[in-house]
Design a protein around this ligand. Structure first.
Ligand SMILES: [Zn+2]
Ligand SMILES: [Zn+2]
Length: 421
């Protein structure tokens, strides 16, 4: 372990990469504003029990992936591994359900899971998510699908597919569960160890096992969509007809399930082929059971989340998202002595006026200063020599046009601002 290396599964974000992050964050905030979602910033850590109850004791996240520790006061604390349970906790704590409904929230920030790091997958990763609480309207299921689709389109992403399913409710799912177990039981010894381990507690999860022999067993398995109760069936039909109305393309995938116990009815996943086996770039669904599970009164809710790193990886793989690097308005080249003093004064005057202007801090030659200005891609180079200073002027070079002119020192701001607009 070297102290000059960040811990495994973490990354520093800077430079060009940071510009892409900022661009994506701007897009996210803009679309959330348009769709009427308020930002909610929850703490980075919560009581461990919130995640045990809100995610489910038998999930991979809770069993193997949480960063859990006992604090100095003897409390069990967990770094948040996902955003939904904290949002529900905050919704209940601040009695948001007593205000206007539905409550529409979004979050954007770091999450923590102890996983094997791979492309786009980190132990500290970032998620953008939406939650709509207090309404069972199928139109809101559609909104949580539509918003990310519009976000991906606004970012220029093309090769993504929305997969959709309904996993029923506490009325109809138990019967399906039993039918599925009946079907699988005689083949259980042909399945992988992880499927065998999940069979009793969470048989639906076997449907999304990626291992070939498991997929072969499940090829003719009964499908949840054939077991939906009339209410779930009607809800699913409404979701699909709204998606058609709004021209959102999707693919029905009756084997799509989710790793969380609290999902009901609508589940969806957005996949992107360019990312290999772990190809999801967003997932969501309805979770009408969660608020009650966390201690509130029964409250319908629906949400969506996407890993920012994975989305950026998808965007970068299509090559259409590169953010423009920031470009200084000006760079002041000076000749030392009095010209440096006056250059410093001018630089801060221009910055006060809102222009990003730089100068040399390494006592470099004029030639090297010109080089630095070029490297930064400054729009203007302001040359302040002894002669210019004596005349209270500066030589203003437009680096895009290759033109230059002598300008009075007190008129520099106007000349540069005109160009900025
Ligand atoms: Zn149902
Ligand atoms: Zn398996």
């Amino acid at each position: 372990m070297a102290i000059t290396t960040s811990p495994r599964g973490t990354a520093d974000v800077f430079g060009e990469n940071l510009q892409n992050w900022l661009k994506l964050e701007r897009q996210i905030r803009a679309i959330c504003r348009t769709y009427g979602y308020q930002e909610l910033r929850t703490p980075m850590f919560e009581h461990t029990e919130l995640f045990q109850r809100g995610i489910g004791e038998t999930t991979d996240i809770v069993e193997k992936e949480m960063y859990t520790f006992t604090d100095r006061g003897g409390r069990s604390i967990t770094l948040r591994p996902e955003g939904t349970a904290p949002v529900v906790r905050a919704y209940l704590e601040h009695k948001m359900g007593q205000g206007p409904l539905p409550v529409k929230l979004f979050y954007l920030g770091p999450m923590f899971r102890y996983e094997r790091p791979q492309a786009g997958r980190y132990r500290q990763f970032h998620q953008f998510g939406l939650e709509v609480l207090g309404s069972a309207d199928p139109l809101l299921d559609v909104e949580t699908i539509l918003l990310p689709v519009e976000l991906y389109k606004a970012c220029g992403l093309k090769g993504f597919v929305v997969e959709l399913n309904s996993i029923g409710c506490s009325v109809c799912r138990p019967r399906y569960r039993e039918e599925l177990k009946e079907y699988i039981r005689p083949h259980l010894n042909e399945m992988c160890r992880s499927c065998q381990g999940r069979f009793e507690r969470n048989p639906l999860r076997l449907l999304d096992c990626k291992i070939e022999s498991c997929r072969a067993v499940l090829a003719d398995a009964p499908l949840i969509t054939d077991y939906l109760c009339p209410e779930c069936s009607q809800h699913f039909a409404q979701v699909r007809s709204y998606l058609d109305l709004l021209q959102v393309e999707y693919k029905l995938n009756p084997k799509l399930v989710r790793g969380f116990d609290y999902y009901t009815r609508t589940v969806f996943e957005v996949t992107f082929a360019g990312l290999g086996a772990q190809n999801a770039i967003g997932a969501g669904g309805r979770y009408d059971g969660l608020v009650e599970e966390v201690g509130g009164s029964p409250t319908p809710a629906v949400g969506f989340a996407v890993g920012v790193e994975r989305l950026l990886l998808a965007l970068e793989s299509e090559g259409s998202f590169a953010a423009e690097p920031p470009r200084p308005a000006g760079f002041i080249v000076q000749f030392g002595g009095e010209t440096k003093v006056r250059a410093a004064q001018l630089m801060y005057e221009l910055r006060r006026a809102g222009l990003h202007v730089e100068m040399d801090h390494l006592d470099r030659s004029v030639r090297a200063q010109m080089k630095a200005a070029n490297r930064m891609n400054a729009r203007w180079v302001l040359i302040l020599g002894e002669e210019e200073l004596a005349a209270q002027q500066v030589k203003l070079k437009n680096m895009d046009l290759g033109t230059e002119e002598l300008v009075d020192l007190d008129a520099v701001i106007q000349c540069m601002q005109v160009e900025e607009e």
